[in-house]
Design a protein around this ligand. Structure first.
Ligand SMILES: C[S@@+](CC[C@H](N)C(=O)[O-])C[C@H]1O[C@@H](n2cnc3c(N)ncnc32)[C@H](O)[C@@H]1O
Length: 357
C-alpha cells in the first residue's frame, strides 16, 4: 500500500480512507436512510480534490483529525459525542474511563492506517491549528446558564405556554400530521432539515420565553447502566430509541445503542445520569447567535423543556439549540463528529487550515 511519498503527496490509500471515513462520518438509522441519503455529511467532492493541492494550502481532513486524536489524546480514549458541558476539558475524566476504548481498539484498522505512516505529529503549538481537547470523552448535553435576556421584564422571564402537554413516551403519531412530519405540537413540527436529517421548525410565530416542549425521558442511565436500562424498555420504546440518529465517526464497531446515546443524550444532573429524549433529540445545532432555543432539565419534575431564547421566530424557521457554547466548527467536528452547517459559522473547511507536515 502506498502511503506518503517523499514529495509529500498524499497517496491513494489516504484517498480511500477519506472515502471510507466520509461514509463512517454519519451512520444513519434505518428510518433516516432515505432522508439523509441526499443530505448526509459526506465529505464534499472538493474536499477529496483538496488532497492533491499543496499541503500548506489544503484544508483539514478526516485523517488529520484522527491523526491528531491518536497522538494527542492522553490515553486511547476517543469517543465522539453530540453534546458537551461548560466544564473545562480537564474535568473530562471519570466518565471517559467507563466509555474508553479497550486496548484492543488500538488495532482499529483505520486509526492504525492513518497513524502508522504519518511523517510526524502535527505541532500543537502551530498557531493555525486550533487547540484540541487533551482528553476526549463522552459527555451528555447539559444546559448552560444563559445570561438573562436584556429586554425581558421579570414577568417575561417565566416561560409562557405553561399549559403545554407533557410528552410521555411512547407517543402515538397523529394521522393528521403531514407525511414528512414525525412529530408536531402547537408550536413546532419535526420534519426534514436543510442543516441535517430531521430538524424542528416553528409551526407558528414564536416569541422569547415561549415554552415549546416539555418531554420526559424515554429512559435515563449512566455510563455503566446504559444497556441494562435499555433492556428494561418494551419493544416499542426500544424501537423509538433505535430510530434516533447515530454518529459513529471514529469507531467502527461501536454498538449502535452507544452511538445513539452519545449522539443524543442530555444530562439530567440526577446522580450523573443522562436521558434520551426522542423529540428534543431532533433539534439541530446552531452556532451563536443563530441558536434560537434553549433547554433545561427540570430536576424536580423530571422533564426536559425547550424555551425560545430569540426575540422572535417566524413560522417555518428552523429551531436550533447550541450543543456547546463557544464551540468552533473544529470542536464540533472533533467532539461530536459532524461538520457544522448551521450557516452562522464559517464551517470546518473554511475556518480551519493546517500547515504542511
Ligand atoms: C441530536 S441529532 C439532531 C437531529 C438530527 N438531525 C436527526 O436527524 O435526528 C445531532 C446530529 O444532527 C446533525 N447535526 C446537528 N446539527 C448540525 C449542524 N449544525 N451541522 C451539521 N450537522 C448537524 C449531526 O449529524 C449531529 O450528530
Amino acid at each position: 500500500m502506498e502511503t506518503l511519498t517523499e514529495s509529500g503527496e498524499i497517496s491513494n490509500l489516504d484517498l480511500q480512507l477519506e472515502d471510507r471515513l466520509s461514509i463512517q462520518l454519519e451512520t444513519t438509522s434505518p428510518s433516516q436512510a432515505d432522508t439523509e441519503a441526499n443530505d448526509s455529511e459526506e465529505i464534499p467532492k472538493h474536499d477529496l480534490v483538496a488532497t492533491s493541492v499543496s499541503h500548506a494550502e489544503r484544508p483539514l481532513l478526516c485523517k488529520d483529525i484522527l491523526y491528531m486524536l491518536h497522538h494527542w489524546a492522553s490515553s486511547d480514549s476517543i469517543s465522539i459525542e453530540y453534546a458537551c458541558t461548560s466544564e473545562s476539558e480537564d474535568d473530562l475524566t471519570s466518565e471517559s474511563d467507563t466509555w474508553s476504548d479497550s486496548e484492543e481498539d488500538d488495532s482499529d484498522e483505520s486509526v492504525l492506517c492513518l497513524t502508522s505512516h504519518g511523517p510526524r505529529p502535527l505541532d500543537s503549538t502551530n498557531s493555525l491549528c486550533p487547540p484540541l481537547p487533551r482528553r476526549l470523552s463522552f459527555k451528555p448535553l447539559e444546559a448552560v446558564e444563559e445570561k438573562s435576556h436584556e429586554s425581558a421584564t421579570d414577568e417575561d422571564k417565566e416561560p409562557r405556554n405553561v399549559k403545554i402537554d407533557l410528552i410521555q413516551h411512547p407517543i402515538t403519531p397523529s394521522l393528521e400530521w403531514p407525511p414528512n412530519v414525525i412529530f408536531q405540537n402547537d408550536y413546532f413540527a419535526v420534519s426534514e432539515s436543510k442543516i441535517a436529517g430531521w430538524g424542528a421548525f416553528a409551526a407558528t410565530d414564536l416569541k422569547y420565553g415561549d415554552r415549546i416542549l416539555m418531554e420526559t425521558p424515554l429512559f435515563t442511565a449512566d455510563t455503566s447502566s446504559l444497556f441494562k436500562e435499555f433492556d428494561k424498555l418494551n419493544r416499542g420504546e426500544q424501537e423509538v430509541a433505535l430510530a434516533l440518529h447515530a454518529n459513529d465517526m471514529c469507531k467502527p464497531g461501536t454498538p449502535k445503542l452507544q452511538a445513539i446515546w452519545t449522539t443524543n443524550c442530555f444530562a439530567t444532573g440526577l446522580k450523573g445520569k443522562a436521558g434520551l429524549f426522542p423529540i428534543a433529540s431532533r433539534f439541530n445545532h446552531s452556532c451563536h447567535p443563530k441558536d434560537n432555543v434553549e433547554y433545561n432539565f427540570n430536576r424536580h419534575q423530571k422533564y426536559l423543556e425547550m424555551v425560545v431564547k430569540a426575540d422572535s421566530i417566524a413560522a417555518g424557521e428552523e429551531l436550533t439549540i447550541s450543543y456547546g457554547n463557544q464551540r468552533t466548527p473544529m470542536d464540533l467536528f472533533v467532539r461530536y463528529g459532524f461538520r457544522c452547517r448551521c450557516g452562522a459559522c464559517p464551517g470546518l473547511i473554511e475556518s480551519t487550515k493546517l500547515v504542511a507536515w
